[in-house]
Design a binder for this molecule. Structure first.
Ligand code: ADP
Ligand code: ADP
Length: 229
């Protein structure tokens, strides 16, 4: 089943073609890794999947919903699409547990008890259960990024987008974040990941997409991909 259908999407910044007629389907349970040189449009493509960018042509359908259709309530769509950024976007004035509970109670209308139960499980999963009552400022970058992942997961999204999730981390913390992402992929989460971590791409991706100058210029399984490059 195609969860994300991207059809002939183009995007300009003035004269610069950031996305050049990109078409792509992402299937349920698939882990897609997007690689390519800096400025090739990876981030713009990823951000078009939850309408953080406007597009100039084409369409993006998520689980049957045309997200660039003016009639579509984009907030409803975003509730199903978790996103993790390079800079761990956690709320600094809330504890780790409060970070995870907030959207669950406000958006998903879970009771505080339900939300806390789910949050505890997620904190265990990402390996920071003992940090539940800390403020993010007390945590390392790797721990904060795991909070950001757990917070996105707390919404029980249909798909997770990762935009260079380890690029802002000290080298020794990259592994702990990639481990969490690997676990998620193995559990069958649908994921789209922009990263420069080739080891992760090789071992975890179902499909690797190579972008250049706003276009998808090559794609394949890791085996296909690394064989003829
Ligand atoms: P990547 O993620 O592959 O590094 P991006 O998607 O961030 O590439 O950017 C694609 C191209 O669009 C780049 O040339 C970048 O400079 C340009 N670009 C991105 N955002 C903007 C913006 N807000 N205004 C103008 N140009 C932009
Ligand atoms: P990334 O590759 O992770 O997207 P960038 O450094 O390319 O990071 O971009 C960081 C921010 O700057 C993004 O919000 C992007 O839209 C914006 N940006 C990138 N290139 C340009 C540009 N040429 N003009 C204006 N804004 C830009």
């Amino acid at each position: 089943k195609s969860l994300v259908h991207i059809e002939n999407v183009s995007k300009f910044y003035g004269d610069l073609k950031a996305l050049d007629n990109v078409s792509l389907d992402i299937h349920e349970g698939e882990t897609v890794v997007i690689i390519g040189p800096s400025g090739s449009g990876k981030s713009t493509l990823l951000r078009s999947i939850n309408k953080l960018e406007t597009i100039d042509a084409g369409k993006v359908i998520i689980d049957g919903v045309d997200i660039y259709d003016e009639a579509t309530d984009i907030n409803k769509v975003r509730e199903e699409v978790g996103m993790v950024f390079q800079s761990f976007n956690v709320f600094p004035h809330k504890t780790v547990m409060e970070n995870l509970n907030l959207a669950q109670t406000v958006v998903r209308k879970r009771t505080a008890e339900e939300a806390t139960g789910i949050s505890k499980k997620l904190l265990e999963k990402v390996g920071i259960f003992e940090k539940a009552d800390e403020y993010p400022g007390k945590l390392s970058g790797g721990q904060q990024q795991r909070v950001a992942i757990a917070r996105a997961l707390a919404m029980t999204p249909k798909i997770m987008l990762f935009d260079e999730p380890t690029s802002a981390l000290d080298p020794e913390m990259i592994g702990e974040v990639l481990d969490v992402m690997t676990k998620l992929a193995k559990e069958g989460m649908t994921m789209v990941v922009v990263t420069h971590e080739m080891g992760f791409a090789r071992e975890v991706a179902d499909r690797i997409i190579f972008m250049d100058h706003g276009a998808v210029v090559e794609q394949g399984t890791p085996d296909e991909f690394f064989d003829h490059t």
